[in-house]
Design a protein around this ligand. Structure first.
Ligand code: ADP
Length: 306
């Protein structure tokens, strides 16, 4: 199975003609609620490709939390370790998007930050028997480190997505990552190098591999991704499909979820081939609106991906 130890966030999205100024009240023309949070997004994509999945997470004992757990279930994800707490609200992302597609976002991580050692002990069996464990940085670093440490000690493959990135990332994350996957801006924050081309990404990946990960992948939006491994430290560029992008929100999470699926269920494929297929799936996700709502299901994808 693919086990995700990570976040669930309810997206509260208002569409407006322009962004409000300080102290100003404006009227928007549309509002919708979406399911987000990097952890759950990645889990949903892996599940839709056919992975057996389990989400280790914490939401509030509130309507957003109840609805989120229902959403996980509807995606076929095990919620045995989706905890609910009365001590904080379900994580939210309040998002305002103007007509140019520019946005301002406030995240209140809430219950996500209360996922703790007791919770992880409860889920230790699931983590230990997984094929792949994925972590990000929308729960506490301590919870992610604990999950990756347990996975590593049991020989479970670890996929770490250092998002949102901070320049002072705990160095233990590198050594605990079998696969370390970030986007351009995260690679810039982590390395201090500019990353805006495959060549730049190759240089940044070399720095990151030097910190101890087995494989580094840097995604480059419409350009695809670059990979570099400890065993073969020459950057490989894997372009993606040319498509008409409608909404790229959550593309990185679609990519990570797809990669986890391949690592878990097609371990004999080369990393390059897994990345080609993950690129394809993420490129499908940018062609529809929304985050999880844009993630493709196995039945809608070409057979050559499976
Ligand atoms: P993030 O969503 O974290 O910013 P990226 O923008 O790097 O991540 O996108 C992740 C992956 O999604 C890319 O590696 C690529 O496979 C796919 N992707 C993103 N944007 C596009 C696009 N405009 N056209 C085709 N594929 C895309």
């Amino acid at each position: 199975a693919v086990v995700v130890v990570g976040s669930c966030m309810t997206d509260l999205v208002s569409l407006t003609s322009r962004l409000p100024k300080t102290g100003e009240t404006i009227h928007g023309h549309k509002f919708f609620i979406g399911f987000g949070g990097k952890g759950a997004n990645q889990c949903v994509q892996a599940a839709r490709l056919g992975a057996k999945t389990s989400m280790v997470c914490k939401v509030g004992k509130d309507s957003f939390g109840n609805n989120y757990i229902e959403n996980l279930k509807q995606n076929g994800i095990s919620t045995e370790f989706a905890y609910q707490t009365e001590d904080a609200a379900t994580g939210t992302a309040s998002i305002i998007v103007n007509e140019e597609g520019q946005n301002i976002i406030v995240i209140v991580a809430g219950a996500n930050l209360l996922l703790n050692s007791d919770d992880l002990r409860g889920a230790a069996g699931a983590v230990s028997s997984a094929r792949v464990v994925i972590c990000q940085l929308e729960v506490t670093p301590a919870a992610s480190l604990e999950a990756l440490t347990l996975a590593r000690s049991r020989g479970v493959k670890t996929l770490f997505n250092p998002a949102p990135a901070a320049a002072d990332l705990d160095p233990r994350f590198y050594a605990l990552s079998d696969v370390f996957c970030c986007n351009e801006s995260e690679a810039e924050i982590l390395t201090g190098l500019p990353v805006s081309s495959p060549a730049d990404a190759g240089k940044a990946a070399l720095v990151l591999v030097g910190r101890g990960c087995q494989v580094v992948i840097i995604t480059l939006g419409a350009e695809g991704c670059v990979m570099l491994s400890q065993s073969e430290p020459v950057p490989k560029y894997i372009p993606t499909e040319k498509v008409k992008a409608v909404d790229t929100t959550g593309a990185g999470d679609s990519f990570v979820g797809a990669l986890a699926f391949y690592l878990a269920y097609y371990p004999s494929l080369s990393m390059e081939e897994m990345l080609r297929r993950s690129n394809f799936i993420a490129a499908v996700s940018v062609q529809a609106a929304g985050t999880q709502s844009s993630y493709p299901h196995r039945k809608d994808l070409p057979l050559h991906l499976f």
